[in-house]
Design a binder for this molecule. Structure first.
Ligand code: ATP
Ligand code: MG
Length: 722
């Protein structure tokens, strides 16, 4: 009895019902912050403690590695046992683990390597070139999206009928050639991980039976964002068992653009006829004002299952809206607020800055850096994606698998060792003709003895270097292996020669890589004794994590709205709420995509527990161009009574004739007066109504004939007086 209490005492009635229901398929459908993830953790606890299921027989799928780590910790805390033998991770992480265990049955070489989207794109680019296909008509990036979209649907090139249309035929040809290269090189991209893992279970009855038997209970968080192949995989695993426990929220489905299917929520209800649905309606995360705003916003969407959230937490503070002059002013405002929060004793890790696109982070990073505020960026240019790190990893990869063409290409002449483009071209040609890997082609070229003495020496030097590194690293700890590569590959030497801070930073990053290898702790217990190096390399490709050492420092959190899913923070800044940025330009003319953007906005708002700031700028440099965006339509969908407008310099408003003497090089200041007629290059003609601010911060409000009211910064807006 006592056991049960700790598991359900802290839950409300609906949550309790979900946690303690007898084993069966269940769907917990509920809005943000209603305790879905909490229910999932307690459900696992209940099964272990009350139902006597071994932790070893539990599978849980989360959306990020960070969430998996947290969930494992919470289960351990709740049960006071080690949960190392519980399988928990992302779909990709779990698929990878299965493929490593059953490489042969999955028709993969033991040493297969996982590639990230950057490597995938490089391979496709090279392939398009080598097939003499016009990359204007068949842009590699678009081809990559096409290939991944097919894989997400479970479709291989051989399943597709030969099209009549040239464009489609060429596209299919690229898909086919890409599959061949990956097979030959033992490379597996992200979409392939999922597809292979599905095929592995589908085509190998013994493997399927083994895992169906092992996983007595299967749990999925954020189920609304599963794609076709992930759901098909879940169905195979739980076939005839009725043991799938999923939690989700249709209003938070934000990965449709990447193949996620909201329909899985409906399909689940047909495919698991004995399931039970439980709805949770009380929100425990946010204040009344935040929740009311989120509810009002999302009610504008038509495609909804429909649910309301309530809270008994009280209204709390109003949501603050700040209109910045430009993106720098926006960053200045945000960082000032954070400074004040920290001065008043707040933790930096309780603060998040959420943006629509990675490119927005730079302004905030700069301002945080100049004020000496520690911060951490999730996503963006991730640690493992930096050039020097990828180079070092490529050495490790090629040592593990000679046939890894992507890595071979990357390091054959990095650092430079006199292997010219002509020689590399020869190797590629031979590889293509004989359908062998680049490594094998290089060996073959040397055996044929057709190369010049210089070329022979250079190429032999490279192959010998790799073999030497291999024998030195043999039997060493992972950390030492990485150190050997970093020191002896010549990379450090090369970066030392690079002038300035860049080279230094690269060397520091390489040292950090060795550190990451030291800290690398293969989370699950390594029953199958998998090769630690391969696990580390896969971790580098899959992990969204940055360098690991600063994990425990108290930092401000910066991330895209997409990566904020499932998280919560006391203080949240949603920045750049402007038409064309959020909602994004591509979505404004497409009703379906616009609804997805609105769901993303709903996700953003509902990350906030106590304080929410929404900012937008009147002018913004975007992709190298000055733009004058309108505030996002989402702002207008938030009830006015929940919002307060804040001004940093409210006390300097002077609605009088401005007589200014200060000279300025940027624009004649002080020439405007109330009623002055002006012309703006973009907005046309208008009349000055108000002025405020001083110096470079001075701005005027103008009533434009075509657009209506607008505040502009005098030093930026190029205004002609009429
Ligand atoms: P999201 O949709 O954003 O993923 P969620 O539904 O998974 O949200 P949780 O993250 O599980 O929600 O819970 C939100 C917050 O509410 C957490 O801080 C959690 O600890 C708290 N919470 C959930 N249920 C209760 C409860 N019954 N009593 C007190 N706090 C609760
Ligand atoms: Mg959650």
């Amino acid at each position: 009895m006592e056991k049960q209490n700790s598991l359900i005492d802290s839950l409300n009635d609906a949550q309790r019902l979900a946690v303690s229901a007898p084993s069966q398929s269940m769907l917990i459908l509920a809005g943000a912050g209603s305790g879905k993830t909490r229910v999932l953790v307690h459900r696992i606890g209940w099964q272990v403690q009350v139902e006597g299921v071994s932790i070893h027989n539990i599978l849980a799928v989360t959306f990020t590695n960070k969430a998996a780590k947290e969930m494992r910790g919470r289960v351990e805390e709740l049960l006071n046992i080690s949960a190392r033998s519980m399988w928990i991770g992302t779909f990709h992480g779990i698929a990878h683990r299965l493929l490593r265990r059953h490489a042969q049955q999955a028709k993969l070489p033991e040493t297969f390597q996982v590639i990230d989207s950057d490597d995938q794109l490089r391979i496709i680019k090279r392939l398009v070139r080598s097939l003499n296909i016009d990359d204007k008509q068949w842009p590699p990036k678009q081809m990559m999206w096409f290939i991944n979209a097919q894989k997400d649907e479970g479709i291989r090139a051989r399943h597709m009928p030969e099209p009549n249309d040239v464009f489609l035929r060429t596209q299919l040809q690229i898909y086919k050639a890409y599959e061949e290269i990956c097979d030959r090189s033992g490379l597996v991209d992200f979409a392939e991980l999922l597809l292979r893992a599905h095929e592995l279970l589908r085509d190998n009855e013994d493997v399927l039976e083994f895992y169906q038997d092992r996983f007595k209970q299967v749990h999925v968080d954020e189920f609304q964002d599963t794609n076709t192949i992930q759901y098909a995989w879940l169905r195979l695993l739980t076939e005839g068992k009725d043991n799938l426990f999923v939690v989700g929220d249709d209003d938070q489905s934000i990965y449709g653009w990447r193949g996620a299917k909201i329909e899985n929520l409906y399909n689940f209800q047909t495919h698991y006829p004995n399931h039970q649905v439980i709805k949770l309606e009380q929100n425990y995360r946010s204040t009344g004002n935040i929740l009311k705003s989120a509810n009002a916003l999302i009610s504008q969407n038509e495609e909804r299952m429909g649910k309301e959230l309530w809270t008994d937490a009280g209204d709390g503070e109003l949501i603050s809206e700040y209109t910045a002059f430009n993106e720098q002013d926006e960053a200045y405002f945000v960082v000032e607020k954070i400074r004040k929060w920290v001065n008043d004793g707040g933790l930096r890790s309780d603060v998040a800055i959420l943006y629509r696109s990675n490119a927005q982070s730079r302004q905030f990073e700069e301002k945080l850096m100049t004020t000496g505020t520690p911060y951490r960026v999730y996503g963006g240019l991730r640690f493992f994606e930096r050039m020097e790190i990828k180079n070092a990893l490529a050495y490790l990869r090629i040592m593990s698998n000679h046939n890894d063409d992507a890595s071979f290409e990357r390091v054959i002449n990095t650092p430079t060792r006199g292997i010219g483009t002509k020689l590399i071209e020869d190797i590629r040609l031979l590889a293509r003709t004989n359908e062998i890997s680049l490594w094998k082609a290089a060996v073959e070229l040397l055996t044929q003895k057709r190369l010049t003495a210089r070329a022979t020496n250079a190429l032999k030097g490279f192959l010998d270097l790799i073999k030497r590194l291999e024998s030195e690293a043999e039997g060493k700890e992972l950390f030492d292996k990485v150190k050997i590569i970093v020191e002896k590959s010549g990379l450090i030497e090369a970066y030392k020669k690079e002038k300035g801070e860049k080279g230094e930073a690269r060397i520091e990053n390489l040292e950090e890589l060795a550190n990451a290898a030291r800290l690398f702790d293969y989370e699950e217990d390594n029953e199958e004794n998998l090769n630690e190096l391969d696990m580390f390399l896969a971790h580098a490709a899959l992990e969204s994590g940055d360098s690991q050492s600063d994990e425990y420092e108290d930092c401000v959190q910066l991330m895209t709205l997409h990566s904020a899913k499932g998280l919560e923070f006391k203080m949240v800044f949603m920045v750049g709420l402007e038409e064309g940025l959020f909602p994004s330009q591509q979505s404004v003319d497409d009703a379906g995509r616009l609804e997805e953007e609105r769901r993303l906005c709903y996700v953003g708002i509902t990350r906030a527990m106590k304080q929410l700031f929404i900012t937008h700028a009147e002018s913004r440099r975007l992709y190298g161009k000055e733009t004058y965006p309108r505030p996002s339509r989402f702002l207008k969908e938030i009830p006015a009574e929940c919002l307060q407008e804040i001004r940093m310099r409210a006390n300097v408003t002077r609605p009088v004739v401005a007589v200014k003497k200060k000279p300025s090089t940027m624009q004649q200041v002080g020439t405007y007066k109330l009623g002055q007629r002006v012309r703006h290059a973009k907005f046309g003609e208008g009349v000055v109504l108000q002025m405020e601010g001083e110096g470079t911060q001075e701005r005027v409000q103008i009533n434009f004939q075509s657009l209506g009211l607008k505040w502009l910064m005098i030093s930026y807006a190029k205004l002609d007086t009429l």
